[in-house]
Design a protein around this ligand. Sequence first.
Ligand SMILES: [Zn+2]
Length: 231
Amino acid sequence: MGVKREVTKLLNLPGVIVEKIQDTEGALILSVRVENQTARCPRCGQISHRLHQNKRYLVKDLPIGNREVILYVNRRRFKCNNCQKPFSESLDFVGNRKKFTHRYAEAITQQVIHSDILNVAKNNKLTAEALKAKERAKLFGSLKGSKYTLLKSESKLSKKQRKKLKQVKEASPLIGIMHSLKEELHQIFEESKNLGEGTFKIIDWLVKAKTYYQKSVSSIKRWFSEVVGYG
Ligand SMILES: [Zn+2]
C-alpha cells in the first residue's frame, strides 16, 4: 500500500487523488488531481476531453491529524469542441478563485458561530487583527449589491437571490456570522410583543454584532428603517 494511496484515503475528498506529498515544516502540501478526465462546458453543456492548460494553485484544506494541509490543486482548462473556446473546469470541493476548500470554510464558520473571533484566529494560527482585516476586506467586497439579499428572510429569496447569498457566504467564512446575526435580528422583530422591547433587544444585538463587524453595524444602523419595515 503506497503512502499516496493512504493519504488519498485520509484526505477523503471524493474523486480526488493525491499525486505528490511535500512534508514541509509548516504544512503538508498535497498535489492533487481529480479522477475525471473530462469537464462540462459552462456555455453549451457539452463534455470536453480536450485539455487546454493546467493551472495549479494553493488551497487551504482541513488539517490531517495535527498537520496543516494545503492542496496544490490543478484547475484544468479545457477547450470546447462546440464553442471552440477554453473554459476552466468547476471543482466540487473548492469554489472558483477560492483559497480554501468548501469544507474548510464550513469548519471555520462553525467555529466562529460556536466560539469567539480570538479563539478562531488562535486555532487557525492567524492573528485576530489579520483575520479581521482580511475577512472584512472580503466581506465588504462581497456585500456590494447584496444588501437586499442579506436582509431578506432566507425562505423568501428567489433562486437568483439564493445564489447570490451563497456567493456572498462563500466569499468569506465569517459571512455566516453576519447572516446568522441578521436572522437573529429578524427573530427579534417576529417575537417582540411591543416596539419598546424590540428596540432594547436590537440595542443588545448591535452591541454583540459590533464586536464582529464595526462597519457592518454602521451599515445596519443606516439600513435600520428598511430592517424595521421588513417582514
Ligand atoms: Zn461549449
